[in-house]
Design a protein around this ligand. Structure first.
Ligand code: DGL
Length: 269
């Protein structure tokens, strides 16, 4: 196998990162994916930074042992708390992509001034990552972040696109913190699954930013830069989880058109 046909490692606490994995698969169908969903430890957003860092370290070791040529932290909570550690663990020639920085660049270039809203987990909101980074890139932008902790479990249970999920989403989005935002960043990789419901709250008047394709484009740029692009799909994608769940299996259909075979893999420190 040539060095460029090595897989791309992607991880999240659960199905959220599949939004990023499927965007990568659509943009670069020749790239092989190894995905790890840490379902046994979900939700990451309720855990301390230390704990998320420990889980991220374990998964990074696993992905590196699988000979991955790039690592994508397809989770805002882990991107906000563990990116420097993951970057440090991987050899320099392996790109490590987090989901926050490419989204910060996108917003800072697209909007000249005003308020940007962000919804995410408690871990992401407490890290203030978007609130610190966006005004650094563009001083005329302000950021208001709101933790929406109920949404991850709701989505992970396959509970969306119905009246009750819409009511919960509307309730969060009506909070004062998000009033008059020019754009709303879906600051959790689970949230693209409720993008239509969020857009319907705003009646399409506010841009709802799903970072999955922004992150996929960023990965492509890094692969080109490092001369790491694959020219053909060598083998099949692999999906690992720390706990098999029915809803995870069902969700793979949504993203990859077929129910994917999950392999249970418990990781140790
Ligand atoms: N999808 C993840 C994120 O982007 C984590 C959600 C969770 O496990 O709390 O933050």
């Amino acid at each position: 196998m040539s060095a460029n046909n090595r897989p791309i490692g992607i991880f999240d606490s659960g199905i959220g990162g599949l939004t990023v994995a499927s965007a990568i698969n659509r943009l670069m169908p020749d790239e092989r994916i190894i995905y790890y969903g840490d379902t046994a430890h979900l939700p990451y957003g309720e855990k301390s930074s230390k704990t998320i860092q420990r889980y991220s370290q374990r998964i990074t070791n696993f992905l590196l042992s699988k000979n991955c040529k790039a690592i994508v932290i397809a989770c805002n909570s882990a991107s906000a708390t563990a990116y420097p550690i993951v970057r440090e663990m991987a050899p320099r020639d392996i790109p490590v992509i987090n989901v926050i920085d490419p989204t910060v660049s996108y917003v800072s270039e697209k909007y000249s001034s005003g308020k940007i809203g962000v919804i995410g987990t408690k871990a992401t909101v407490n890290s203030r990552s978007y609130a610190k980074r966006i005004p650094k890139s563009n001083q005329k932008l302000s950021v208001s972040m709101l933790a929406t902790p109920l949404l991850v479990s709701m989505i992970e249970e396959g509970f969306f696109n119905n009246k009750i999920s819409q009511a919960i989403i509307n309730n969060y989005l009506s909070k004062n913190t998000l009033k008059n935002a020019k754009a709303l960043i879906l600051g959790c990789t689970h949230f693209p699954l409720i993008k239509t419901e969020v857009e319907s709250f705003y009646h399409d008047a506010t841009e709802v930013i799903d970072s999955s394709s922004i992150v996929a484009n960023n990965l492509k740029k890094e692969l080109i830069k490092g001369n790491l692009e694959s020219d053909r799909l060598d083998g099949s994608h692999q999906f690992y989880v720390s706990e098999k769940t029915h809803s995870f299996e069902e969700s793979t259909k949504l993203f990859f058109g077929e129910k994917l075979k999950l392999e249970k893999k418990t990781l140790k420190d």
